[in-house]
Write a protein that binds this ligand. Structure first.
Ligand code: NDP
Ligand code: 2IT
Length: 448
């Protein structure tokens, strides 16, 4: 994947200079630009309107201090971020990540990706992302609450149901969203759907918890069927064991596949009989423990330290659902050598550029993150609709809408990959379809 178009090369250079020390952000921009070459040639009007210069520059970046006190009375300070990347097609929308690796670069890459992902969902939302370098591991409930309340005590003034609607991401699930929502409501003295992924007793949507993992499998199933394949009888690897991974495992198994491995940031489990998902849910969702606990119940399963090793297990389908750049060129080559035919991404940007080159040059079916994991934010959009309507839809109704959205996303990827001369390159199709809608909206709204 090399960019040849002079305008794109020049803009990429300027973007690198303007954002020094932000490798993941530059990686995300480079990847989108790689897909956009044929669009730029056919749409000089978008270049003339300065759309690309503006699309790589966040509309607003907020950085703030998050002081909190631990259970021993010791004060701590973390750094909070909210990047409001693009509001051309709706209020900023995107999760909050709590992980020690969070910095402005990570939040910018996620916010940039989010803009195009949301455009693909066809729902009226823009792109944003937030987070903090706070490490939730090993913290008590009380410490988590203290942190979330402090985080929201600053963030509340920058968000609003019609302006910016955060949600979960790594380290943020229903518990954290609940604490943040409670604090927002208390400060603002208003009940509005300002966060999604809320609990079901206070405005959360049925099927939101399942949505990213289920949506990933709905998308992957469309891609498989379009190429004369199915999940039935396939061996699947799912990295991670968090929200996305658990429900990807559930739906893939429902489709007749056998998931044989899952992981966390310490290591991976391999169960040749197929993962016992009830046990994983108990360990991760209820007890909040490490994935290695699995082998103390299933003594015939294996636990291996280190997360990269999961990609050395022979499989038909790999579903990376943990974090960015978790599959590098070397792991991708091993997957291919072992017969893997499909990679579909639940995590955001889980494949390095070298890994993507390996998938494409070996003819793998590659479900790109912006398309394949868009089901989570799409269902967040459905949660916003329900909150505005003061209604709650049934699980079946939300799930059906999610399924329909994922089918239409696959169709958009497929059609655009063909229209722009790269049939079967669903990454290019996703980037192009996502870009064109945002770009048209930006052009129509003038140079703002
Ligand atoms: P969770 O916090 O629920 O789970 C994250 C999982 O990934 C955990 O198993 C975690 O292990 C593992 N992980 C995190 N960081 C690393 C790392 N550096 N190396 C190896 N493993 C790691 O998060 P989600 O499931 O919500 O998110 C997973 C991915 O999916 C992220 O890329 C996120 O941006 C993306 N995503 C999430 C959506 C959502 O709706 N939640 C929607 C779309 C995309 P450990 O417990 O050891 O940290
Ligand atoms: O990356 C993502 O799409 C998410 N973390 C979900 C965002 C959301 O607003 O539901």
């Amino acid at each position: 994947m090399a960019i040849k178009n002079e305008y794109l090369l020049d803009l990429l250079e300027r973007t690198k200079k303007r954002n020094p020390g932000e490798p993941e952000f530059i990686q995300a921009v480079t990847e989108v630009f790689t897909s956009l070459e044929p669009v730029i040639e056919q749409r000089p009007d978008l270049v003339e309107a300065g759309v690309l210069e503006r699309i790589v520059e966040p509309e607003r970046q907020i950085i703030f201090r998050v002081p909190w006190v631990d259970d021993n009375g010791k004060p701590h300070v973390n750094r909070g971020f909210r990047v409001q990347f693009n509001s051309a097609i709706g209020p900023y929308k995107g999760g909050i990540r709590l992980h020690p690796s969070v910095n402005l670069n990570i939040i910018k890459f996620l916010g940039f990706e989010q803009t195009f992902k949301i455009s693909l969902t066809t729902l009226p939302m823009g792109g944003g992302k937030g987070g903090s370098d706070f490490d939730p591991k090993g913290k008590s409930d009380n410490e988590i609450m203290n942190f979330c309340q402090s985080f929201m005590t600053e963030l509340y003034r920058h968000i609003c149901a019609d302006l910016d609607v955060p949600a979960g991401d790594i380290g943020v699930g229903a518990r954290e969203v609940g604490y943040m929502f409670g604090q927002y409501k208390r400060i603002k003295n208003e009940w509005v759907g300002v966060l999604t992924g809320k609990g079901l007793t206070y405005g959360g949507s049925l099927a939101r918890k399942q949505a990213t993992g289920y949506g990933l499998c709905y998308f992957t199933n469309e891609m498989l069927q379009a190429n004369g394949m199915s999940f039935e009888g396939k061996t699947v690897l799912v990295s991670g064991s968090g929200n996305v991974a658990i429900y990807a495992c559930e739906k893939a198994t429902e489709y007749g596949a056998k998931v044989v491995a899952m992981s966390d940031s310490n290591g991976y489990i391999y169960d040749k009989n197929g993962i016992d998902l009830d046990l994983v849910k108990q360990i991760k969702e209820v007890e909040r423990k490490r994935i290695k606990e699995y082998v103390s119940v299933h003594t015939d399963a294996e636990y291996h330290e280190g997360c990269k090793g999961i990609w050395t297990i022979p499989c038909d389908i790999a579903l990376p659902c943990a974090t960015q750049n978790e599959i590098d060129g070397e792991s991708a080559a091993i997957l291919v050598k072992n017969g893997c035919k499909v990679v579909s991404e639940g995590a955001n940007m889980p494949s390095t550029p070298e890994a993507i080159d390996t998938y494409l040059s070996n003819g793998l079916l590659y479900g790109h993150a912006k398309a394949a994991n868009a089901g989570g934010v799409a269902t967040s959009g459905l949660e916003m609709s329900q909150n505005s309507l003061r209604l709650s839809w049934s699980f079946e109704e939300v799930d059906q809408r999610l399924h329909g959205i994922m089918k239409s996303i696959f169709k958009a990827c497929d059609e655009n990959s063909k229209k722009y001369g790269m049939p079967g390159n669903y990454m290019a199709g996703a980037n192009i379809a996502g870009f064109i809608k945002v770009a048209e909206a930006m052009k129509a709204q003038g140079n703002v």
